[in-house]
Design a protein. Structure first.
Length: 153
């Protein structure tokens, strides 16, 4: 019975939602980061592959998810947050934008220390580059029903 329930639940959780959920779980300041075994390694006997980009998100947590956090939860369909980075972790800091509907963008503060720097989507969902303005803001894009994690590139 539990085996069948597990298979049924897997079909209800779409991959775009898992990417969004793990971005929040792994990259935000608060909370206790964890991943599910089946998402990391897959579940071969149920024909479930490992989650795409989960290793990337774990690496981003290790290398980039430091410093002050700024939340942009002002829209029901597109949310975002930034982490400013710190001096102990070179090139740390990131910007995350998540959509549960269509394409969009958020103007978010990443820090004046990044003025003129180029940011790229480390998950490859957006191909454009973002240049941080003199006030420390960038306009970070996201495709519909996806997540973009922008890092200095």
């Amino acid at each position: 019975m539990i085996h069948n329930l597990g298979q049924s639940l897997e079909s209800f959780v779409e991959s775009w939602f898992k990417q969004a959920a793990y971005s929040i779980i792994l990259l935000r300041q608060e909370g206790y980061p964890c991943v599910f075994y089946g998402d990391f390694y897959g579940i071969p006997h149920n024909n479930i592959e490992p989650m795409k980009d989960l290793k990337t998100l774990i690496e981003l947590r290790k290398e980039k998810a430091y410093g002050g956090q700024h939340d942009y939860f002002d829209n029901k369909n597109i949310i975002g947050f930034t982490r400013e980075g710190d001096f102990e972790h070179l090139q740390s800091g990131l910007a995350v934008v998540i959509s549960n509907a269509g394409d969009g963008e958020k103007k978010m503060y990443i820090g004046k220390q990044y003025a003129g720097e180029k940011y790229i989507d480390s998950l490859g969902n957006c191909t454009e580059e973002v240049i941080i303005d003199n006030e420390g803001y960038g306009i970070f894009k996201v495709k519909g029903k996806s997540t973009s994690v922008w890092v200095e590139g």
